[in-house]
Design a protein around this ligand. Structure first.
Ligand code: AR6
Length: 197
């Protein structure tokens, strides 16, 4: 599924993020930048040891923040490492921290002149964030950022299963519908959405 938010393409696909050819891919890392399983493990395996060397020099990254390294052997030139919240009960700032993880990553991308970026579904694996709620926060945060910055030109979410993709698609459909029926605020009403094939 693909939509336009102003002049930015927002796309949802199923796939392996390590194979993406966007300028940057985002890693769902941990605060020590120490590597691990899930998408983090896959990125370090595919990207080679150079990425970990750079992570060691950086040292760490608190939840809600992001740092950038080169992409090593990956097709992507950069890896933006962000740290989502570990989900407890939703009352420990999880939505804010998750939104900040997306926002910080997009801020770094814009600062670096990165035009195309691919995200995994941050926090919804080992960190246990319920995917329906996480999808809403992820998509809303990306849309708000695109609206206010008019950049980057492509934001892609690479989901790892049919189920995850379906949840993201349904959530995006709902957000667009709300936008059109005027449930959201005045500022977002003025944004032009157009579905492309
Ligand atoms: N491409 C795209 N998505 C993937 C891939 C892949 N190659 N592999 C897994 N996913 P997780 P978290 C999906 O656990 O919840 C690590 O150990 C996966 O199906 O990778 O933020 C870190 O070091 C899920 O939907 O990240 C941290 O300690 C999503 O990516 C911790 O896990 C996120 O799952 C971070 O946990």
């Amino acid at each position: 599924m693909q939509i336009m938010v102003n002049s930015t393409t927002l796309s949802l696909i199923k796939g392996d993020i390590t194979q993406e050819e966007t300028d940057a891919i985002v890693n769902a890392a941990n605060a020590r930048l120490a590597g691990g399983g899930g998408v983090d493990g896959a990125i370090h395996r595919a990207g080679g040891p150079k990425i970990m060397e750079e992570c060691r020099k950086i040292g760490g990254c608190p939840a809600g923040s992001a740092v950038i390294t080169t992409g090593g052997n990956l097709k992507a030139k950069y890896v933006i490492h962000t740290v989502g919240p570990i989900y407890r009960d939703g009352r420990h700032d999880e939505p804010k921290l998750l939104a900040n993880a997306y926002k910080s990553s997009l801020e770094i991308a814009v600062k670096k002149g990165i035009k195309t970026i691919a995200f995994p579904s941050i926090s919804t694996g080992a960190y246990g964030y319920p995917i329906n709620e996480a999808a809403e926060t992820a998509l809303k945060t990306a849309i708000d950022f695109i609206k206010s910055h008019k950049m980057p030109s492509l934001v892609r979410f690479v989901l790892f299963s049919d189920r995850d993709l379906e949840i993201y698609e349904k959530t995006l459909e709902r957000l667009i519908k709300e936008e059109r029926s005027g449930v959201s605020d005045e500022a977002s009403k003025s944004c032009y959405f157009k579905k492309t094939p």
